[in-house]
Every structure is written in C-alpha cells, then in structure tokens.
Design a protein around this ligand. Structure first.
Ligand SMILES: [Zn+2]
Ligand SMILES: [Zn+2]
Length: 304
C-alpha cells in the first residue's frame, strides 16, 4: 500500500514562496493498492495534478473518491479532475448521508454556469454517488475494504479507513476533539466557555463518537489526522471544528495506531513555522510506539 499526498493544506489554497516546501494545495490524498481501483480521499485543489496523471494513463479506470465533507477546501479541485471528462472511466463518490441535501446536488450546483463554464452534463465518465449511513462500510474489490465513522465538525465530516493485504490507512479530517461540544448541522458563531460543565447527554454522545473513531483507527498502520491547530489555537476557536496534535495523539494511542501524519495545515502557517511545530510535536509525543511525521505535498509513504 502506498499513500501519496497531492494536497495537505486546510481552508484555502496558499501558493507562494512561504509555503513551497509543505505545499499550498488543499486536501487530496491517493491510496495506491497496486492494482485497480484508484482510491482518493477528498478533492481539494491537489486533485488537479493527480487527475492529469491519471488521465495520461487513459481510460478505462475505476476510481473511488471518498469525500470527508463538502466544505470548499475538500471539493474545490473537482471541476479540474480530468478523468471526469474521459469516456470509459467509472467514478464513484462516497459521502455521509445527510437529511437536508446530498453531495450530488452540491457538486452539480457548484460545477455549472456562472461558477464554471462546464457542467456535470459535460462529464463523459460514468459517475455515481453513494451516500453512507453513519459507520457504514463497503467492499471495493476482493480484499479491499472501506469503513467509515462520523466526525465532530460543523456540518459533519466523515472519516474513512482502507484495508488491503493486511495494511491499513485512516483519513480523519475535519474534526474537533470529543471533549467540549457537539458540532452538527449549525455553525456555532461564538467560542463557548471551555471551563463550563458539559451536559451528561452531550458527554455520552461525544464518548460514543470518540469510541467509534478509536475503533476505526484500531491497529492502523497510518492515521492521517486534522491537526490544523496548536493547543493554544484550539483554546481560542474550539467551535471551528479542528484538532491539535494533542487530540490526534490521544486517538492514535488509544487505537494502537503506528504512524500519525500531521495534516490539514493552517493556511497561515509558513514552511519555517511548520518545521518548528513538527519539531515540538515529535519531541513532545513521538515514542517507540508512535511515529509522527508531516503531510507534505508530493510525499509518498510506503506501508509494508
Ligand atoms: Zn477542511
Ligand atoms: Zn470543514
């Protein structure tokens, strides 16, 4: 199993000299299991280059794209994903089932006039959308299994795990920790008081959500985790729905995961600041049981 990072940034693309080393494109990761199908986590701006590479290989290809949620930084590259415009490709999108709207409608709405010169009617590939109930899984091919779990984020995101040949990778973005509040359909406009007591029913739901995520990460070779914040930044904006390394390490330790990848870097974080942050994180949390390393655009992690 091979994991390749095409976009590692959170919120908005930030190209330029200060982000050149870690990369400025938003969320997109490819998981290569050595044969068909192609597996992709999210379609932020990083998916454009990946699409060019896949399109050069020619059709037909089977491609599975797992969307964490529909915030811009996770879907913005999609109109530029060349395999959509190639006949013979079969592309399946997966997302969490929602009551109020579905991913297909969101994507159709933003990829059309006046936002984009083409529409979904110009797609030549056979495109399907699968909506997942909380905790749902699916077999993608013989020996290739996907499982999922809901996260704690405004408008709710999904985490995904891929298992193949005894190897596993989990993609966990975007999420707040499971300590203080439930982030659901509504955006909480003002930071709540973190020292205020949490209602027992809220705690129960958070404990359940956390248990399911720990289960999803159980024994994983690699866990890619939303660690956009420092502890201090989390304290200032806990309602934004992102974690710090502290929270990711807690989940990975409980799950017995082997390698934590720091991901969804804050847009304002420069390369030099990322270097310092990584040094701090590794010095504080790294040990013989847990490797910690950063997601870097272009980086490849070979598992096994
Ligand atoms: Zn995001
Ligand atoms: Zn988000």
């Amino acid at each position: 199993m091979r994991v390749q990072f095409w976009g590692v940034r959170g919120s908005i693309p930030v190209p330029g000299p200060l982000t050149q080393r870690y990369g400025g494109n938003t969320s997109c990761i490819q998981v290569d299991v050595g044969a068909s199908p192609v597996i992709i986590f999210d379609s932020g701006t990083g998916i454009r280059k990946l699409g060019q590479q896949l399109a050069a290989l020619g059709a037909p290809q089977e491609i599975h794209i797992f969307i964490s949620h529909a915030h811009w930084d996770h879907i913005q590259g999609l109109p530029f994903f060349d395999p959509l415009y190639q006949a013979g490709n079969r592309i399946t999108f997966y997302s969490r089932k929602r009551d109020e709207f579905c991913l297909r409608d969101i994507i159709h709405k933003v990829i059309e006039d006046p936002y984009f010169p083409l529409s979904h009617e110009d797609w030549k590939a056979d495109v399907n959308f699968v909506e997942l109930e909380d905790g749902a899984g699916a077999g993608l091919a013989p020996g290739l299994v996907m499982s999922s779990s809901r996260l704690n984020h405004p408008l709710i995101a999904n985490a995904y795990r891929i298992d193949h040949g005894g190897r596993s990778v989990v993609y966990v973005t975007d999420t707040a920790p499971f300590d203080h509040m439930i982030l659901d359909r509504d955006f909480i406009a003002k930071a709540p008081d973190l020292s205020a007591p949490v209602a027992p029913e809220v705690t129960d739901q958070l404990v359940q959500m956390k248990d399911q995520l720990v289960q999803l990460c159980s024994g994983a070779d690699v866990v890619i985790y939303d660690t956009m914040f420092t502890d201090e930044e989390y304290g200032r904006n806990p309602h934004w729905g992102h974690s710090a390394a502290t929270h990711a390490v807690d989940i990975c330790t409980l799950a017995g995961a082997r390698h934590l990848v720091i991901f969804h870097h804050a847009p304002e974080r420069t390369d030099d600041q990322m270097d310092r942050l990584m040094e701090e994180i590794v010095a504080r949390f790294g040990d013989a049981n847990l490797t910690i390393s950063p997601a870097i655009e272009g980086r490849v992690i070979e598992i096994g």
